[in-house]
Ligand binder design. Structure first.
Ligand code: ATP
Ligand code: MG
Length: 319
């Protein structure tokens, strides 16, 4: 990471999870939490745990939920100098309950919490001026302050020779919302590396067939595309026609939240440490799979040693 740390911008949350499956939160429930969470926070935590130089841009409230996040990120080696502590707004939160079919009900406090109310501070200016890579989460499109910071940081980091990655993390329902489609197009054009999953590839490219979608993203500037396929593993493409398929590790999925974020954090972290795509993809697959075996959104993020150990004792699906 000679050029400086990998940074990401966005929501820092606590997640509080119902211990029973069922419909929503309409009666008293047993809950477990608070767990540190937020897609960008999970990403950056995994990036640091695998050994990458990593820094978080976000905000928490002046409360215990904020401390839960700051302490975890610090413990795992994330630079939190650009995480501000708001005295006006509480830390963001998400209450989550799984339904028997695997879908989820949420009660969010994000838009009016510190998580979504970011400012361009002196600490942020200093961090961005020495950053080497910006990882962008599609969730910034739902938060105007994070979008403004992302654009400004992207310009600075690109001007100093840094690189950009994008996890579209975008639901179909969001894309036709206001300026989201146009903003998303801008993100796709900025990114050197894109890490879509499922329908996001089609959303990003506007083309149905996978090969054609990948080609269209390369034409728009990307150098590497890594497709996440849940329990079917992942695939790497480069603009010169190379393709690497990585079969998934066979695990019991206890909590699917955070798999894509850990996958991305490990992939970007490893690539920036100088690993070749095949090795980075292997670690990313392991990071995503390991995280789903542990309850809590970032509780299963692994160090390089933990992921080596996980890979040594876990079988893979046959490809
Ligand atoms: P998220 O729900 O976090 O947004 P995503 O859709 O971005 O997830 P997934 O494809 O679900 O990303 O997961 C990322 C990677 O993690 C997969 O490509 C795979 O390598 C690994 N992974 C996820 N779930 C499983 C699983 N059940 N078994 C094995 N590996 C998994
Ligand atoms: Mg995702």
């Amino acid at each position: 990471d000679a050029l400086g740390p990998t940074i990401t911008v966005g929501e820092i949350l606590v997640e509080i999870v119902a211990t029973t499956e069922g419909e929503g939160f309409l009666e008293p429930l047993d809950l477990i939490g608070p767990f540190p969470s937020g897609a960008p926070a999970i990403f950056i935590d995994q990036c640091a745990r695998i050994g990458g130089s990593a820094a978080m841009v976000g905000a928490v409230g002046d409360d215990d939920f904020g401390q839960v996040n700051i302490r975890r990120l610090q413990r795992d080696g994330v630079d939190v100098s650009a995480v501000s502590v708001s005295t006006d707004h509480p830390t963001g939160s998400a209450f989550v309950r799984y339904r028997p079919d695997g879908t989820r009900d949420f009660v969010f406090n994000i838009a009016k919490s510190a998580a979504a109310l970011l400012e361009w501070t002196t600490q942020l200016e200093m961090l961005v001026s020495r950053a080497g890579h910006l990882h962008i989460m599609g969730t910034v499109l739902a938060m105007p302050s994070a979008w403004e910071i992302t654009k400004r940081a992207a310009d600075i980091i690109r001007a100093r020779g840094g690189s950009l990655s994008l996890d579209p993390n975008l639901r179909k329902e969001l894309i036709d919302h206001g300026q989201v489609r146009e903003q998303f197009k801008q993100l796709v054009e900025m990114a050197d590396l894109i890490l879509p999953s499922g329908e996001e590839l089609v959303l990003a490219a506007g083309v149905q067939d996978e090969r054609a979608a990948v080609q269209s993203l390369f034409q728009r500037g990307a150098n590497e595309i890594v497709i996440k396929r849940g329990r079917a593993g992942s695939t790497y493409y480069d603009r010169h026609g190379a393709r690497i398929d990585c079969p998934a590790f066979l695990v019991d999925e206890l909590d699917p939240t955070g798999a894509g974020d850990c996958f991305g954090g490990a992939y970007v972290g490893c690539r920036r440490l100088g690993m070749a795509p095949a090795q980075a993809l292997n670690y990313a697959n392991a990071a995503g799979a390991r995280n789903v075996t542990v309850r809590g959104p970032m509780e299963g993020a692994g160090t390089r040693a933990e992921l080596d150990d996980f890979m040594a004792r876990t079988a893979r699906a046959s490809s």
